[in-house]
Design a protein around this ligand. Structure first.
Ligand code: LMR
Length: 393
């Protein structure tokens, strides 16, 4: 049986990790996978996470199963962090295996509710969105997103394309820090998106994997909150991997905002059912870290300030890179790097130029020229800037 299996195409982002590991060149630079690294190249355990783990270790009396949908403390704390004003009578929630688990369960839920569903996704999007949908056999259509000239959002294209989504279809949106481009909608543009969805009855699925990495914890949730306040039905897949730095704990959450309490109860039951079918109980350790931090004023304040340090470090690197490139190119054509937000920017280089960066300068970025800003530090920014110019980008 097993010999009938076909080799699976490697994930473009994960493949890069392996390539980087085997490169023996001194001074190689990894701008691939979306993991925060401090200026010393370390992905730290955040202070509040360590403190919460200690507290859990001291006080936890059982490792018995959690609830099938996860612990209410975690789900409520996350609802507060993401939505702030929580419409409790309309909100179903589900602890998931990371943000990817939340995306997967959201798509499963959409298909359970509407077997004819088509998903509208941005072009480009996180490659695993496409991979999961292909694997599930879920029909999807790409909507225009990135303007290759300006490296901003092709908003007219986006509006025209998402307006084609029908009632009961899903429109997958990145709530902030668009992955892979770093180009984001303004609040006024988000309002227009909400109006289009209001008219069509298509349902937004908001992927919120980087809250706190763009303009701030509250600012990054603003579009999601506005959509949740305006539309009758909304799905939100949030991740704690990046903003709590607990990547390997696999801590995510799916919210389903329903039209009324009866629909909320149906959604809650179906979501718990989906957990049971896929992996039964969700993991608890990361969720418990998060609820411990969010429910304690001192831990929460310390976590929020460390997250701000992380965000400001990335912003500093962005402006340093934009200014180095301004000097070297004698133009403002790289200023978009300073305007993008989150971990990533899409440079707009060709696959050959990306290859050249790898072969000539040992600089690794995803083939579509997505670079992870957090893979840089003040010393490697000038190296990258020089290599970008030398590669003819
Ligand atoms: C990324 O886009 O690099 C991250 O979300 C990590 C991943 O799983 O791909």
């Amino acid at each position: 049986m097993l010999s009938n299996l076909k080799p699976q195409a490697p994930d473009s982002i994960l493949k890069l990790i392996e390539e980087f590991k085997t490169d023996t060149r001194q001074g190689k630079i990894d701008l691939g996978v979306g993991v925060y690294k401090d200026p010393q190249g370390v992905t730290p355990v955040m202070r509040a996470v360590k403190a919460a783990e200690q507290r859990i270790w001291e006080t936890q009396t059982t490792k018995a199963y959690t609830g099938l949908a996860g612990e209410p403390e975690y789900r409520n704390a996350m609802a507060g962090m993401v939505l702030k004003d929580v419409p409790g009578d309309r909100l179903a929630s589900l602890a998931t295996v990371g943000g990817t688990g939340a995306i997967r369960q959201a798509l499963e839920l959409a298909r359970l509710a509407n077997p004819e569903v088509t998903v509208y996704v941005s072009n480009p999007t996180w490659p695993n969105h496409l991979s999961i949908m292909k694997f599930m056999g879920l029909p999807f259509v790409e909507y225009r997103y990135f303007d290759a000239e300006t490296r901003g959002v092709d908003f007219d294209g986006l509006k025209a394309d998402i307006a084609k989504a029908g009632k009961g279809d899903i429109v997958l949106l990145h709530g902030c820090c668009h992955n892979p481009t770093g180009a984001n909608l303004s609040m006024a543009q988000w309002e227009e998106v909400a109006a289009i969805l209001e008219t069509s009855g298509a349902i937004p699925l908001i992927d919120l994997a980087y809250q706190g990495f763009g303009d701030g914890l509250e600012e990054d949730a603003a579009a999601t909150r506005m959509i949740a306040a305006r539309l009758p039905e909304v799905l939100i897949a949030a991740s704690c991997s990046k903003n709590f730095g607990i990547y390997r704990e696999r801590t995510g959450i799916l919210f389903a905002l329903a039209e009324d309490t009866a629909a909320r109860d149906l959604a809650q039951g179906s979501m718990a059912f989906l957990n049971r079918q896929n992996y039964s109980f969700p993991p608890d350790h990361g969720a418990r870290i998060v609820s411990t931090i969010l429910s304690d004023d001192a831990l929460r304040a310390d976590w929020a300030s460390e997250l701000e340090e992380v965000r400001n470090t990335m912003l500093g690197l962005r402006s340093q890179l934009a200014s180095e490139l301004r000097d070297l190119s004698g133009s403002d054509r790289f200023d978009f790097i300073g305007q993008h937000r989150g971990m990533f920017s899409r440079l707009g280089a060709t696959p050959e130029q990306v290859q050249k960066l790898k072969s000539d300068a040992a600089i690794y970025m995803v083939g579509d020229s997505r670079l992870n800003i957090a893979g840089l530090n003040r010393d490697t920014v000038p190296v990258l800037a020089r290599a970008i110019i030398d590669a003819g980008i």
